[in-house]
Design a protein around this ligand. Structure first.
Ligand code: PRP
Ligand code: MG
Length: 212
C-alpha cells in the first residue's frame, strides 16, 4: 500500500510539537528510539526524522512528500517549496540584534559591519532590500556568542522567548520575519499521495480548530 512520507525534525524545538499534532490527528506512530524512520499503525504514513536544514532539499528531490518545518527554514533554503497549512506552533522571529550598550538608530547602522548568522540568505536579502552592505559570518549554532568573543558586531538569529539574547547581553533591533511551523509539500508529490495528503489535511484542520 502506498504511504505518504513525512519529514519531521529529528531533534530540537519542533520535534515534540510535530509528533504531538500527528498524535492529535489520531495517528499512532511506532517510535523505536534512535530510529530515523517510523511507520504509522493506522494511517498510510511513514515518518522520517531529519535535520531541519536538509528538509527543503529532500522535498525538492521528491524523496519525501511532505514535512513539518519552520517557515524560517523555507525562507532561507526553500522559497520554491509550497505550504499547505500553517500549524500555529513553534512561533518565532528571525531578528537582528546588537550588544545592549551599542547605540542603534536604524538598519543603516549595520552598513560596513560584521554580522554572524545561520541564516545568510535571509539576512542578505533583507540587507539588499534596505541598501545595507555588511560582512556576513556564517556559523551553525550559538550565534549569540559572536559579539562577545569579537567575531561580529551584531547577529541575526531566531528569537523565541528572548532569553538567549538576554543572557548574552544583546538587544533585538530589527525583526526580519515572523515564523511558525508549517506543513510543506514536495513539488513532485504523486497524485496517489496527494489523496492521502488531503485526508491528513482534513484531520489537521479539525485539530487546529479544536485547539482554538
Ligand atoms: C535557538 C536559536 C536561538 C534560541 C532562541 O538556539 O538559534 O539561539 O534558540 O530561543 P530563545 O529566544 O527562546 O532563547 P538553540 O538553543 O536551538 O541552539 P543552537 O543555536 O546552538 O542551534
Ligand atoms: Mg541558538
Amino acid at each position: 500500500m502506498t504511504k505518504i512520507r513525512i519529514a519531521v525534525q529529528k531533534s530540537g524545538r519542533l520535534n515534540q510539537d510535530s509528533l504531538k499534532i500527528l498524535k492529535d490527528c489520531g495517528i499512532s506512530i511506532d517510535n523505536g528510539k534512535d530510529q530515523l524512520k517510523a511507520t504509522a499503525r493506522n494511517f498510510p504514513l511513514e515518518v522520517f526524522y531529519l535535520r531541519n536544514g536538509d528538509i527543503p532539499q529532500y522535498l525538492r528531490d521528491g524523496v519525501i512528500d511532505i514535512a513539518i518545518i519552520g517557515e524560517n527554514v523555507l525562507v532561507e533554503k526553500g522559497q520554491d517549496i509550497s505550504v499547505a497549512e500553517k500549524l500555529n506552533f513553534s512561533k518565532c522571529r528571525v531578528s537582528l540584534a546588537v550588544p545592549k550598550g551599542m547605540e542603534y538608530n536604524s538598519v543603516m547602522d549595520f552598513d560596513g559591519k560584521r554580522v554572524a548568522t545561520s541564516y545568510p540568505n535571509t539576512v542578505k536579502q533583507y540587507f539588499e532590500s534596505k541598501g545595507v552592505s555588511a560582512d556576513l559570518h556564517i556559523i551553525n549554532g550559538s550565534v549569540e556568542i559572536a559579539p562577545n568573543i569579537g567575531l561580529a558586531d551584531g547577529i541575526c538569529d531566531i528569537v523565541s522567548s528572548g532569553s538567549t539574547l538576554f543572557k548574552n547581553n544583546l538587544k533585538e533591533v530589527e525583526v526580519i520575519l515572523k515564523s511558525e511551523a508549517v506543513l510543506a509539500v514536495s513539488p513532485k508529490i504523486s497524485d496517489e499521495r496527494k489523496d492521502i495528503l488531503e485526508k491528513l489535511q482534513f484531520r489537521i484542520q479539525s485539530v487546529l480548530s479544536a485547539r482554538q
